[in-house]
Design a protein around this ligand. Structure first.
Ligand code: H79
Length: 410
């Protein structure tokens, strides 16, 4: 499982019928749309510009090392040609399986493959109505009780299909459990999570499973749209999943787009705390990433092409406290100082005096010289007060023209 912590950066893909509604992947629940209304997206699903090779190329160029794709989101629509339902891509106007070509394209780029699979299913007739369900818990639904055991059989059957039909799968991302949350609440008893977990491991012994089956931490934990504090997961690998704009599915009118430099700082922050970042793109109804997403991925790629050495295979630097607005990552015995803000002329590194043999900017391998204080020089007077064990580096006044400057310390 070391590939996971080496990779550090992955692509999340949310793609389904909600991509046509283009107003958040929870639209069916938020707007309480019934099946009849929602069927319009099924009848019009035809991503004629779908090109998973292009997606894989964008992801690879951005420095991403794995992909996690929504095989099925809460709406219940399946991207693959499941034998257990007709609610799938092959029965839409598009008429073809979307999953196999995607897996192939990303694998060809050397990327690891992850399947997101929703535990919730707002389309399956035996999925009991609950607080998130688009259908209300009313007299009518109570009169026709649903059998969650039958739904769980379906869930297990579909997972079996996914893990037998697409070659080696590296990661399984289940979403989500809500035990004890009122009528229709669901967790390990309803999903039959232990059985499901064992099934996944039996079919794909090398796979990693996330923590949303209500079985504790799983193989890795998944903070969602938060930047976690470091050192809080007790050594369990973790991955923070993040959006470009607050939504996971394509969201046409959303203007809350994070700029690329913020996304880069988020990635660095995660790695500096020992975690991964899974960054989401919500492709549109024609199967494109959209210019805003592509623009950000390319800017991230520009930075990664010069700085991936501080990300891939890197992690937290235990015992070292970085200066304000800086982050350390450690890879082997190389330390990387990421400067989120640009200080004037000097940066002071506590605890590093005498421990650094050479320092350079990562983007151009230009030397960053230490400040050597000569007690004979008058200037020395003004530097008194720095702790003995502090290494001071001399910075140019002008900040290098990269999203986040990085100093590599040998
Ligand atoms: O697939 C993406 C989301 O659709 C899904 N997980 C990511 C990866 C997800 N969104 N929310 N949740 C899982 C958990 C539920 C969160 C809730 Fe709420 C917060 C339920 C009630 C408050 C979101 C906001 C749903 C209703 C309001």
């Amino acid at each position: 499982m070391s590939w996971f912590t080496e990779a550090r950066f992955g692509l999340f893909l949310h793609w389904g019928l909600y991509s046509l509604a283009a107003r958040h992947e929870w639209v069916k629940s938020y707007e309480r749309l019934d099946d009849e209304h929602y069927d319009r997206y099924f009848r019009h699903f035809d991503p004629d510009l779908y090109d998973p090779e292009a997606w894989a190329e964008e992801a690879a160029n951005a420095g991403m090392r794995y992909v996690v794709v929504t095989t099925k989101h809460h709406e219940g629509f399946c991207l693959w040609d499941s034998a257990l339902t007709d609610y799938k891509a092959t029965r839409t106007p598009y008429g073809r399986d979307l999953l196999a070509p995607l897996v192939e394209a990303f694998r060809r780029r050397g990327m690891r493959i992850g399947f997101y699979h929703s535990l919730l299913d707002w389309h399956h007739p035996e999925f009991p109505v609950d607080l998130y369900h688009p259908q209300r818990d009313d007299e009518e639904t109570r009169a026709a009780p649903r059998d969650v055991r039958k739904y769980a059989d379906y869930l297990h059957g579909q997972v079996r299909e996914l893990l037998t039909g697409y070659g080696p799968v590296d990661l399984m991302w289940f979403d989500f459990s809500y035990p004890g949350r009122g009528l229709g609440a669901k967790g390990r008893d309803e999903w039959r999570s232990r059985e499901l977990f064992d099934l996944v491991k039996e079919l794909q012994p090398g796979i990693m499973i996330n923590n949303r089956l209500d079985l504790g931490s799983g193989d890795f934990t998944t903070p969602e749209q938060v930047m976690p504090q470091g050192g809080t997961t007790g050594g369990v690998p973790w991955e923070s999943c993040q959006t470009l704009n607050g939504s996971w599915g394509h969201d046409r009118d959303n203007l809350d787009w994070k700029p690329a430099d913020l996304l880069i700082r988020m990635l660095v922050d995660n790695v500096s705390k020992g975690g991964n970042m899974l960054l989401n793109v919500g492709p549109d109804g024609r199967g494109r990433f959209g210019p805003r997403a592509v623009g950000r991925l390319r800017e991230i790629g520009d930075w990664m092409s010069l700085h991936s050495r501080s990300i891939h295979g890197a992690g937290a630097a235990p015992g070292l406290t970085p200066p304000p607005d800086c982050r350390y990552t450690l890879r082997g015995d190389r330390l990387y100082l990421h400067l989120f803000a640009w200080p004037l002329k000097h940066v002071h590194l506590d605890g590093l005096a005498g421990r650094v043999e050479y320092a350079q900017f990562l983007h151009d391998a230009s030397e960053v010289q230490p400040l050597r204080v000569d007690p004979a020089q008058p200037g020395h007077l003004y530097l008194r007060g720095l702790p003995e064990d502090t290494l001071t580096l001399q910075l140019p006044v002008t900040r290098p023209d990269v999203a986040v400057p990085v100093i590599e310390l040998f």
